[in-house]
Design a protein around this ligand. Structure first.
Ligand SMILES: *Cc1c(COP(=O)(O)O)cnc(C)c1O
Length: 461
């Protein structure tokens, strides 16, 4: 073994942790398109959004110009309980792959929610508390976001009602128990508690739910309950802003060891971890400086960026949310129930969508789930951490890029986001091991059904 000059884990001192979030919108030449009111076709005003989100978050949502936004001291202090997250040099993976590439990953699974989602949850709960609100509602699919927000609301003493996608709730009963331990109330969606839920159940009593439906239910409850607002764990501009902590820490850590990344890789569901990871590096690109090659990775079964269309669409099934201009498969798109790897949202962050549309994100790549779980299993065995299936999409592509370097002999520096751990996804791991996992790739005809649902807007699209 040669002596390793760069440590396995590159940590930051508390004093080196970011004190401001980075708002990449301030530097984007073409800003993401504004959210539209579906009734009027006009941009959503702060007043309209204020019925759904708390005031400070509305301000952040609409702010396309302030580059650096201070992180309130209370949030900085909470971050210190589980951050800085480690940047890890994947020496064992490099060895296993026999690649000359240098692989690093930023590990965000080091908290009870098991994912990066806590970075935004704590901010959203903080601002709600500051405004004197008493409760939040949200939806959760796989469960990480619901858990993260339950932790954050538990910390600040806010009530939380989580609408959990029914099929996920049934596959992961312990997720519910974790959220309840942090004092959240969890309801399976579709539920009889909202008009949207009741309408869906009346038509289809066996409906197993989707993120889009759960969002509709949570928004309906928030807008009809005193002292209550809605919180969302991805897609929104404010969430990408909070998640910039990932990229800021990564950049500082790499600078500390004098390493410049050649390729930056993240999985993309709604876009929050990828948007956060690449933000400050994208800032370099937008300032004309050297920047890595950016790759967004998504499941072949829910191919939003690679096969979706860039258009204004609803963020939910019930069509109660504003319209967002984004890559979308149509709000009625329901991924195959055989799809185990998460990342099943029909849309994508408007910030990432705009960057991708403008060629500033270099590539989006869709991968099939058996190849994802093959990578996940290998990673668990050699690097020790059992990855979330979502994160394993990024691992797959990082491995593919490292194997390319083996062919060419290039010593590229590859950095990817390891967004979380996969302890609650063991049914999927078992399906992979016993060979019952199948790959599903929607046909063009399947996708056409979702596209047909995208609204036609007079004079807009
Ligand atoms: C939610 C989640 C994702 C995907 O969401 P993004 O908003 O695209 O980041 C990825 N990994 C983990 C572990 C998650 O919990």
């Amino acid at each position: 073994m040669t002596e390793k000059k760069i440590p396995y884990k590159i940590y930051l001192e508390e004093s080196e942790m970011p004190r401001t979030w980075y708002n990449v919108r301030a530097d984007m030449p073409i800003k993401p398109a504004p959210l539209l009111n579906p009734g009027t076709g006009k941009p959503m005003t702060a007043e309209e959004l204020g019925g759904v989100f708390c005031d400070e978050l509305v301000k952040q949502e609409l702010d396309d110009t302030t580059r650096e936004i201070p992180i309130p001291q209370e949030i900085q202090d909470f971050y210190k309980m589980y951050r800085p997250s480690p940047l890890v040099r994947a020496y064992c993976l490099e060895e296993k792959l026999q690649t000359p590439a240098k692989i690093y990953y930023k590990f965000e699974g080091n908290n009870t929610s098991g994912s990066h989602k806590l970075n935004s949850a704590i901010a959203q709960a903080y601002y709600a508390k500051e405004q004197g609100l008493t409760s939040l509602t949200t939806e959760t699919g796989a469960g990480q976001w619901g858990t993260a927000l339950a932790m954050a609301c538990g910390f600040f003493g806010l009530d939380l009602h989580v609408f959990m996608v029914k099929c996920s709730a049934q596959q992961k009963p312990y997720r519910k128990a974790v959220m309840e331990t942090y004092n959240a109330r969890v309801t399976e969606s579709p539920s009889a508690e909202t008009a949207v839920g009741r309408a869906i159940l009346a038509k289809d009593p066996d409906n197993t739910g989707s993120l889009g439906t759960a969002i509709s239910e949570a928004v309906e409850e928030a807008t009809s309950t005193e002292g209550c607002r809605y919180a969302l764990g991805s897609v929104l501009n404010q969430v990408l802003l909070h998640q910039s902590i990932i990229g800021l820490e990564t950049k500082t850590a790499l600078e500390k060891i004098g390493v410049e990344p050649d390729i930056l890789i993240g999985c993309a569901g709604g876009g929050s971890n990828l948007g956060g990871l690449i933000a400050p590096f994208m800032g370099d690109r937008l300032a004309g400086k050297r920047a890595p090659y950016f790759i967004a990775v998504e499941p072949a079964s829910c191919p939003t960026l690679t096969r979706g269309t860039f258009a204004y669409d609803f963020c939910d099934v019930g069509k109660v949310t504003p319209l967002a201009k984004m890559y979308t498969l149509g709000s009625g798109f329901i991924p195959s129930p055989n799809h185990a790897g998460g990342l099943r949202y029909h849309g994508m962050s408007p910030v990432l969508s705009q960057l991708y549309h403008d060629g500033l994100i270099d590539e989006a790549r869709a991968v099939e789930q058996t190849r994802v779980f093959e990578a996940a299993t290998l990673f668990a065995r050699v690097e020790g951490t059992l990855p979330a299936p979502e994160s394993a999409h990024a691992i797959r592509v990082a491995m593919d890029e490292a194997l390319k370097c083996k062919e060419t002999g290039e010593e590229k520096v590859i950095v990817f986001g390891l967004t979380g751990t996969g302890y609650f996804d063991m049914a999927a791991y078992s399906a992979f091991r016993n060979g019952t996992m199948v790959d599903y790739i929607p046909t063009d005809e399947d996708l056409a059904v979702g596209f047909a649902n995208i609204p036609h807007l007079e004079g807009i699209q």
